[in-house]
Design a protein around this ligand. Structure first.
Ligand SMILES: *Cc1c(COP(=O)(O)O)cnc(C)c1O
Length: 398
């Protein structure tokens, strides 16, 4: 049977303590042991199913982790307090002083800043390469390289990484392929195509209501346990722990992710096609003209569509700013960073989410001044949205 991430989530069954249809929330930071010996064994990592202290694990966090592992088709998953909490823990678990990373050049601004500005303090260096040019990826690998890192659908340029060829390179060199799948949950399950570790910022589509920050690391039992190791696990020791109440609320939002993603995708494709017909500079992976269209198609679960992210280049930063303000005034959405909300969110990445990347580097990778990044919302009447957006542009002479 074909892999269906939404079925996998739905088929998990938990009951609350009194038969509740949602699992009970564990409102405790620490747990009792019936015997002193069991406590000792748990510290040594030898007792499964025992809870020790909530920075290590808690029932609510395990429920959410299990559901996300089911979605990604990995053995297990650890939830974290934020997407960056997941990313930094994974990198520091794999790398030592002297290590080297090969990363996609268009990654989330925070990830880029961590690799470029923070990791050199620990003597960890990063080569940023175009992940769609696999020969460049392989050429960048050295004896010191400890991981390949990329986003499946990159931020903000929406380039598509080919999991199969990248994982073949990673395997050949005996290093893990770590991918951030925040832009494309359900649409792609990277671990099914050879990725070793899949990370999400739960803050975005997965939670979907822009009311919290969270993250997850999906991977093998061995790796996820190593992250939680009380003696040397980066997840455990850096302390980026999700709160149980939050884990319970994100799990409830995850139940509707498949419906939301389909709508985000449907709306984004509609707008992208219209704007393309109008001759505008629109980038959307669902358009056949998109450079990564075929690469995405061969890896995707087609029923979820090409995702909710789209970019539009309106020529200059001034025009982009004027258009965004006007669209907000017309109630088309919000001038805000982040993504995956019910309303459309838009921002100019060059001066916001990717401002950590220097101007010269932005130019080199095609991140232009007039670029607006859209996270298309769940609008019920997308034709009306298109008409209003078009009117906004016409008013401003764009
Ligand atoms: C937002 C985001 C992150 C960081 O996640 P936080 O939850 O804000 O820490 C990482 N990667 C991508 C692609 C993102 O969009």
């Amino acid at each position: 049977m074909a892999f269906d991430p939404a079925n996998n989530i739905q088929d998990l069954q938990y009951f609350g303590e009194f038969g509740g249809v949602n699992p009970s929330v564990s409102d405790s930071s620490t747990y009792t042991f019936l015997s002193a010996k069991t406590m000792f064994d748990t510290f040594e990592g030898n007792t499964e199913g025992c809870y020790l202290y909530s920075r290590h694990s808690s029932p609510s966090n395990l429920y959410l982790g299990e559901a996300l592992a089911a979605m990604e088709g990995t053995e297990t998953a650890n939830v974290t307090a934020s997407g960056m909490g997941a990313i930094t823990a994974v990198i520091l678990q794999y790398c030592d002083a002297g290590s080297h990373i090969v990363s996609g050049r268009t990654v989330y601004g925070g990830t880029y800043a961590f690799m470029k500005n923070f990791l050199p303090r620990l003597d960890i260096s990063t080569s940023f390469v175009d992940m769609t040019a696999t020969e460049k990826v392989e050429a960048a690998i050295t004896e010191k390289t400890k991981m390949l890192y990329c986003e499946v659908v990159s931020n903000p340029l929406l380039e598509i990484a080919d999991m199969q060829s990248l994982s073949a390179i990673a395997k050949k060199h005996g290093i893990p392929l770590v991918v951030d799948n925040t832009f494309s949950p359900l649409t792609i399950a990277p671990a099914r195509h050879g990725a070793d570790v899949v990370i999400h910022s739960l803050t975005k589509f997965i939670n979907g209501s822009s009311d919290c920050v969270g993250g997850v690391v999906c991977g093998s039992k061995e790796f996820c346990l190593s992250l939680k190791d009380v003696n040397d696990g980066a997840g455990m020791l850096l302390g980026s722990t999700m709160d149980s109440l939050r884990a319970a609320s994100i799990l409830k939002n995850l139940r509707t992710l498949h419906i939301r993603i389909k709508k985000h995708s449907e709306n984004a494709l509609f707008l992208a096609e219209r704007f393309r017909e109008d001759g505008r500079k629109v980038v959307y992976p669902g358009l056949e003209s998109h450079r990564g269209h075929q690469t995405l198609k061969k890896q995707m679960n087609p029923e979820y569509g090409y995702g909710g992210m789209m970019t539009l280049d309106v020529g200059s930063l001034d025009k982009a700013n004027a258009l965004m303000e006007r669209m907000q005034n017309e109630n088309l959405g919000y001038l805000a960073v982040s993504l995956g909300f019910y309303k459309t969110l838009f921002s100019a990445p060059g001066t916001s989410t990717s401002s950590e990347i220097s101007r010269e580097e932005q130019e080199e990778m095609g991140l232009t001044d007039g670029l607006i990044r859209f996270s298309i919302g769940l609008d019920n009447d997308i034709e009306r949205t298109y008409d209003t957006m078009k009117a906004c542009m016409q008013k401003l002479g764009i």
